[in-house]
Design a protein. Structure first.
Length: 228
């Protein structure tokens, strides 16, 4: 991807979050010093640079995931339309709805954790952040149960085309979600003191990816449901 495209993405992120979520650069007074500060150049530049770096990286990651799943979706729709006579309908396991509720709840607890962090409630943040991580793992366990149920019923990847797409969509989503779980563990355990990025910023960037995975799952579930 060209540098111009990356610069455009960074500008969009800065417009949304106000210069990367940091404070605006301080203005110099007539005496050459900073207003509200003394001596030296503007301090927020390292934080602003870190914000742009992490936000751009997560934006590019989400864009690549969207394009990847759109290719799979196109293949699903084409085969579903052209092979109406040979397409075997797949009954979705009921646990998928429970898994969906668990994943949506994890987005709620994540935002509660971020609010706790915003008011310097470190204990509350850790508790809700850990709950979010556990809910994410619980979702993946629930997906494994769904795969097991299909296997018991004799629905394997080679048995039916619809079943193959079910496994491809759900397994790939679970793999990407586990990447989000790793990000949650990283933010929760890392010591951010003296680092170029703060914990609130890291939590914010992780939340983008987590909510994105929630939205992607809702899309895939609707696709599988209406494409039965």
């Amino acid at each position: 991807m060209s540098r111009t495209v990356i610069d455009d993405i960074e500008l969009i992120i800065e417009d949304i979050h106000g210069n990367g979520g940091g404070k605006p650069p301080s203005r110099r007074g007539d005496d050459g010093g900073d207003e509200g500060g003394s001596g030296g150049g503007p301090a927020p530049e390292p934080r602003r640079s870190s914000t742009r770096k992490y936000s751009t990286a997560i934006a590019l990651a989400m864009m690549s995931i969207v394009m990847f799943f759109m290719v799979l979706t196109a293949a699903f729709l084409v085969l579903r339309t052209e092979d109406l006579r040979t397409w075997s309908h797949l009954r979705l396991p009921g646990i998928l709805w429970v898994n969906t509720a668990v994943l949506l709840l994890s987005s709620v607890t994540l935002e509660v954790a971020r609010r706790k962090l915003a008011v310097d409630d470190a204990r509350g943040f850790r508790r809700m952040w850990l709950l979010t991580t556990c809910l994410g793992l619980l979702f993946v366990v629930g997906q494994a149960i769904a795969w097991r149920q299909l296997a018991i019923e004799g629905a394997f990847t080679t048995s039916r085309l619809a079943t193959s797409f079910f496994y491809v969509f759900t397994v790939l989503h679970a793999v990407h979600l586990l990447g989000g779980v790793c990000a949650l563990v990283y933010v929760g355990l890392r010591n951010f003191d003296g680092r170029g990025v703060s914990r609130p910023l890291a939590a914010e960037v992780a939340s983008y990816y987590w909510h994105f995975m929630d939205g992607l799952w809702l899309f895939l579930l609707a696709l599988l449901y209406f494409g039965q």
